[in-house]
Design a protein around this ligand. Sequence first.
Ligand code: NAD
Ligand code: UDP
Length: 316
Amino acid sequence: MKILVTGGAGFIGSNLCEYLLKRGDEVICFDNFFSGSKGNIKHLSADKKFMLVKGDVEKPYFFKVNGIYNLACPASPIWYQKNPIKTVETNILGALSSLNLAEKLDCRILQASTSEVYGDPVIHPQPESYWGNVNPIGPRSCYDEGKRCAETLFFDHRRERGVKIKVARIFNTYGPGMAADDGRVVSNFIVQALREQDITIYGDGGQTRSFCYIEDMIRGLVLLMESPDAFAGPVNIGNPEEFTIKELAEKIIELTGSKSKITYKPLPQDDPKQRQPDISLARQELGWQPKIELEEGISKTIEYFSKIVKRKSLKK
Ligand code: NAD
Ligand code: UDP
């Protein structure tokens, strides 16, 4: 099979490209390198089955493939808020050009949607039937509403044009392949701990998140892509174990053996107070559930960042 991964040079995309290549697929990675990097896919470039194309999903594009994973979009709040209009365009125009291609090729297309469609949820944990609590005009809206509208476009293309869609609502994912300057909580805390810098908790650290290790996420996305056409989702893919941000900070300090101290910074506007996926649907339809617990996943991620942080400090 020849598979297109938009956003393939990012964190999840590069791990997905690697997984697909390893099992024998041909892979086209299509990316504008906004938040991703060539470094993420350097180790794949020698593989004859791998092709890297620099470009933007916003404009109509064409590759002859058997399936499309549409991952192109910065995922970290600091990155998607750098250029919010561009974030909306990537989500909406990118969804349209990718859906048009899937329609032309009559192939499956998987959309990387997000737990952010639930906003700051008042239902807990969040099942797919929950419509969410999203501020349409706040600093996170470019991402949240962009992803919500992309879901609309996916389901309208299914209803009106019979496009074979799959929609995954991805919850916080972490692991090797994250950028040190990504700005998300796991990468920030591990890098700060390894550099013996203060660990920056935003707010009082009582807000919760549920963290899914990258290997579990890739397995879930591939299972969804390969599920029967009748099942389009949306389906939550995430780890239902819930932790406060303070607990995460303490766990990372313990596992790194760091002397870092915790400091408290202001909570960003509209920061969701709680987040935990209800994964009953993924269990039932995909036979999927995460296997890797936080401690194991964080330890592997510390190992990965240790190499990067060491390399960076050696270069100075
Ligand atoms: P990432 O920022 O590491 O990767 C996104 C990739 O998309 C980058 O390589 C970036 O350069 C590329 N990109 C951005 N805009 C583009 C454009 N207009 N055209 C082409 N390429 C473009 O993010 P990630 O963590 O790998 O997330 C991948 C996808 O999964 C995103 O769609 C994100 O919204 C979704 N998601 C991720 C998480 C998570 O916890 N990582 C959670 C929910 C949803
Ligand atoms: N966060 C934090 N310190 C950091 C980075 C993030 O306390 O250095 C908090 C952030 O305010 C949020 C949670 O950690 O409550 C998860 O943030 P992240 O940016 O990883 O993802 P998202 O908010 O999109 O779930």
